[in-house]
Write a new protein. Structure first.
Lengths: 427, 296
């Protein structure tokens, strides 16, 4: 039985460049004509010169598919591929620009855990509030109340305002409410990326239980291929807003890993431009170089890999840090490295354009798929690029000296550093 | 891509493609502009959420405040004292035989309701931006539930007013039965302006400075510290274009029996303006709400 049918779905956004504030102010609209006249009197042209460049951007284009009851659909694709937009349209949060969707049955969407949680309210009050926001009726919440509390393991703190909760408790409670939703169609964005590993496992288990038991249809977005494999029987791969593959999970994941060697030169600027604006920091470019050449397809583990970040600082900042994390494709966090790791004291940086270059040494990476996540922060103040950061997938090929006597033997492990070994005969 | 999808499709039977959308097979159809049709029924379906949001706002309002509920009493009370001194004692404006404090307080009641509703409404969407971008529900619920807090405050002030009327020995007549009607008029005005400002605030953030200005300005141009009767007769009609004039005059008429204040043609005009504001406010909100999540 068809429960969801999507036809020629498209969503267009207008990207305006060179705007300083993230939102429109009425005063700007009012003052625009005057600015134009001023410009004209100053000898410029009346039109064109001042208008901000407006660019159309299709976050989704011509997406069509049909889902039957009980299917578990994984939606995968790189950052900016349109996954979240698709989920938002399915959840009716944003309207599509073209096309249509038919939905049969009750939909609940979980794009974030703890939506609407109020820090001043107690755990008990938040369970009711959050439940209502997610679409549960008062009766349903009351019926599941004990189970929710059990699952979240927060009995003792039920009457404590959630602002006093530890972040772990907060997430557990939030997920517990969501896990007890009883819709026919459940839409889940990468919410499992929060919480500790043990709790993630519990959540995934719970979702599996629920979906098996009542034949729920589930849409699941994740970058965690492990979770997708475990959970989904069908996958849809999005790229630049279009469906490029729709098949069983293993086939699509393989395709995803094959096609996502590295963020192409054409996509990286788009990803950078979509980062939230920051008042003092602006990331301008990221270059991934090997031998002084940009890495197009695959990097080699036998050469050093340079990650070059070019950015502007508009003010003097103390404790500004640009850094990147290295993950493997299964979302295992391998290491984090800051531009000032070796400085020894907190530095102050003046306004200007900077380039920071991090070098991953040769004979260090394993021939596998990684993801570099570029982030920036002002220590103890805020993130300038929010988590999870700008994610750049990168594929590494084996060319190095590590294990080269045994080429037929695959290199095992997430990293393959060349360690100094000494072996001598002692007897 | 399509191979897999087609398999399912053929298993599904021989329902032709177009029919599913037009035959009512689906419970929800999402397409550009479509939401208008289902809007009002959705509003009803989500009524429980509105109840919870209102409940949240009320709870939060009185948590972590030292004197809690007294805040909603103190504000109008102090304003009343100041107005009584300035307008009643210093300027010696007429009060048609009524105790000046009671006359002021009867006007403070609807005005405070309007002012706090408008302020809360206009910021409500921005404050709940997170919810707007993560969950679907008719967006009107958020500003509407804000008004609940103002209603509670209004009820508290009403109790205070009855106390004052007992103290000053003002006996109400049958006209007190008409209070709900005037309250509805205040509600309509507040909701109309509130929705309008809330929607404008999403797109143009400087409306958050406009609203306090309207409220402050309105406090002095509405007949709160004085009776409308001091407005010259030829200006009365123009004066009634402010819908709160009709509401305030109505409150005084119904509670205190001061017929000197009310002008019936003015009241009709106020009602007409309030209706217009209600329609325009709701209309603008409805027209713009589909892109709230995109730009907030």
């Amino acid at each position: 039985m068809t429960v969801v049918k999507i036809e020629n779905l498209g969503k267009k956004y207008l990207l305006t460049h060179k705007r300083k504030e993230p939102y429109l102010a009425f005063r700007d609209v009012m003052s625009e004509p005057f600015r134009r006249v001023g410009k004209f009197l100053a000898g410029g042209t009346m039109t064109g010169a001042v208008t901000e460049s407006c660019e159309e951007f299709w976050a989704l284009q011509d997406v069509s598919f049909e889902i039957s009851q009980g299917e578990k659909i994984g939606i995968i694709g790189r950052n900016g591929a349109g996954k979240s937009t698709l989920l938002k349209i399915l959840s009716r949060i944003v309207e599509p620009t073209t096309g249509r969707i038919g939905i049969k049955g009750r939909v609940a969407s979980l794009l974030e855990v703890g939506t609407g949680f109020h820090p001043e309210l107690t755990g008990r009050e938040n369970i009711y509030l959050n439940g209502a926001i997610l679409g549960m009726s008062r009766f349903e919440i009351a019926r599941n109340f004990d189970e929710i509390v059990d699952f979240a393991e927060v009995e003792r703190f039920l009457d404590t305002p959630v602002k006093r909760f530890s972040s772990g408790m907060y997430v557990r409670l939030a997920f517990a409410v969501a896990a007890h939703l009883e819709p026919e169609i459940l839409i889940v964005d990468e919410v499992l990326a929060v919480g500790d590993a043990q709790f993630q496992k519990k959540c995934l288990g719970k979702m599996e239980d629920v979906s098996k038991k009542d034949g729920k249809t589930i849409f699941f977005v994740s970058h965690n291929m492990q979770a997708i494999r475990q959970f989904c029987n069908r996958c849809i791969l999005l790229k630049s807003g279009t469906v490029i593959s729709d098949d069983n999970t293993d086939t699509v994941i393989k395709k995803y890993l094959d096609t996502t060697a590295i963020a192409g030169n054409d996509e990286l600027p788009l990803l950078i431009s979509k980062l939230p604006q920051d008042s003092v920091f602006k990331l301008e470019d990221i270059r991934i170089l090997q031998n002084g050449e940009p890495v197009i397809n695959k990097a080699e583990n036998g050469q050093q890999l340079e990650i070059e970040m070019q950015y502007m600082l508009y003010e003097r900042i103390i404790g500004f840090r640009i850094f990147f994390d290295l993950y493997d494709r299964d979302e295992t966090f391998l290491f984090r490295t800051f531009h000032d790791d070796s400085y020894g004291k907190i530095e102050s940086m003046g306004p200007g354009r900077y380039v920071s270059r991090g070098i991953i040494p040769a004979n260090f990476l394993s021939p596998t798929s990684y993801e570099i996540r570029v982030l920036a922060t002002i220590y103890d103040v805020r993130m300038c690029i929010p988590y999870p950061g700008l994610r750049i997938p990168i594929e590494v090929e084996r060319t190095g000296v590590v294990n080269r006597a045994y080429l037929a033997e695959p290199i095992r492990g997430k990293l393959a550093p060349l360690i100094e070994w000494t072996t001598s005969i002692i007897e | 891509m399509t191979q897999y999808a087609e398999n399912i499709y053929s298993m599904d039977g021989n329902c032709p493609m177009e029919d599913k959308f037009s035959s009512g097979y689906f419970d929800v159809v999402v397409e550009p502009g479509r939401s208008i049709l289902r809007y009002w029924s959705d509003l009803w379906r989500f009524r429980e959420l509105m109840y919870f949001l209102a409940w949240r706002d009320i709870l939060v309002r009185y948590k972590q405040t030292v004197i809690g509920i007294a805040w909603s009493v103190l504000r109008p009370f102090v304003t009343m004292i100041v107005f009584t001194i300035v307008f009643g004692k210093l300027a010696k404006l007429p009060s048609h035989g009524l105790p000046y404090p009671v006359m002021v307080f009867a006007a403070m009641l609807p005005w405070q309701f309007f002012a706090s509703s408008l302020t809360e409404c206009s910021n409500s969407l921005i404050e709940n931006a997170n919810m707007l971008t993560k969950v679907y529900f008719p967006r009107m619920l958020i500003p509407a539930s804000c008004i609940a807090v103002s209603i509670v405050d209004f009820a508290i002030s009403l109790v205070m007013l009855s106390g004052m009327m007992v103290w000053y020995q003002v006996t109400p007549s049958w006209r007190i039965m008409t209070i709900p009607l005037f309250f509805m008029l205040a509600l309509l005005t507040s909701l109309g302006f509130g929705l309008w400002m809330a929607a404008l605030n999403v797109k143009y953030r400087d409306f958050r400075y406009v609203v306090p200005f309207i409220v402050q300005f309105g406090l002095f141009i509405s007949p709160i510290g004085f009776s409308s009767s001091i407005v010259p007769e030829e200006w009365r009609l123009l004066y009634s274009l402010n819908p709160m004039v009709g509401v305030i005059d109505g409150f005084r008429w119904a509670l205190l029996g001061s017929s000197a204040d009310i002008s019936w043609t003015g009241l009709v005009l106020s009602i007409a303006v309030a209706l217009l504001v209600g329609i325009l406010g709701t209309g603008y909100f409805r027209k713009t709400e589909h892109y709230f999540a995109d730009i907030i």
